[in-house]
Design a protein around this ligand. Structure first.
Ligand code: ADP
Ligand code: MG
Length: 218
């Protein structure tokens, strides 16, 4: 189960984002849709614990993120949440395999190269195992980022605007891939996007209204 309840986030400059309360069962696929500035990225960052809300509850599986200490939260995130952000954040100095090893290392999980090989195979990129990120096409790099999100068998895969730079054909492919991989691993899939094309790939939609944000001193 994933849930946000009564979340209000206050950024350092004082601007405040209120998010609608939301609840999903394990394994569901959700599109979080809304125009730019409506709070989609804030929603994902709160759900990962990368941002701490000023008030409200954040629940992932059996865990209440808003009650966790920083270190516990970091480990929890690495272990249970697969992130695919728009900037893919692959480590340039490391091969594809080492990028995936690093994801396990950060989550305090034992080295498991068989698992890494299996994930790369599932995504059809075994051939890229010893390649460095700068040698990859954008599409290949995105597959590697998805592989890295899957390698720790997360409860949830969270993607922020994974399709906004893609043409229709590639949008179609990436969404099909995310949905299929989430389904195969029994993970929830949450995709935040302003891209209306994503809607048709997802079972559930949460619309964020423009102007959920208030400037502090209006
Ligand atoms: P979206 O992803 O839907 O474009 P965001 O979650 O990025 O929306 O932003 C929601 C609101 O929060 C916007 O009004 C934005 O200006 C504000 N915001 C986002 N990030 C910051 C930040 N680091 N500091 C101050 N305000 C921010
Ligand atoms: Mg955003």
């Amino acid at each position: 189960m994933l849930a946000l309840d009564g979340i209000i986030h206050r950024y350092r400059d004082g601007s405040t984002v209120s998010l609608p309360s939301w609840r999903s069962e394990s394994g569901e696929h959700w599109a979080i849709i809304g125009p730019s500035g409506s709070g989609k990225s804030t929603f994902l960052h709160i759900l990962t614990g990368l941002l701490r809300p000023a008030s409200g509850r954040v629940v992932v599986g059996d865990h209440e993120l808003h009650t966790m200490g920083e270190r516990t939260l970091d480990r929890f995130r690495g272990r249970h949440i697969g992130l695919v952000f728009q900037a893919l954040h692959l480590v340039a100095a490391l091969t594809v395999t080492d990028n995936l090893r690093l994801a396990r290392y950060f989550a305090d999980l034992p080295r498991d190269d068989a698992r890494i090989r299996a994930v790369l195979e599932r995504l059809d990129i075994s051939g890229l195992a010893s390649q460095y990120p700068h040698r990859l096409s954008q599409g290949q790099a995105q597959r590697v980022a998805i592989a890295r999100a899957l390698v720790n068998e997360p409860l949830a895969i969270l993607a922020d605007e994974p399709t906004s730079a893609l043409d229709d054909r590639n949008c179609q492919q990436v969404m099909a891939l995310l949905a299929e991989q989430a389904r195969e691993s029994g993970a929830s899939l949450i995709v935040a996007t302003h891209d209306g094309r994503v809607r048709e790939h997802m079972e559930h939609t949460l619309e964020l209204a423009p102007g959920t944000t208030e400037a502090h001193h209006a």
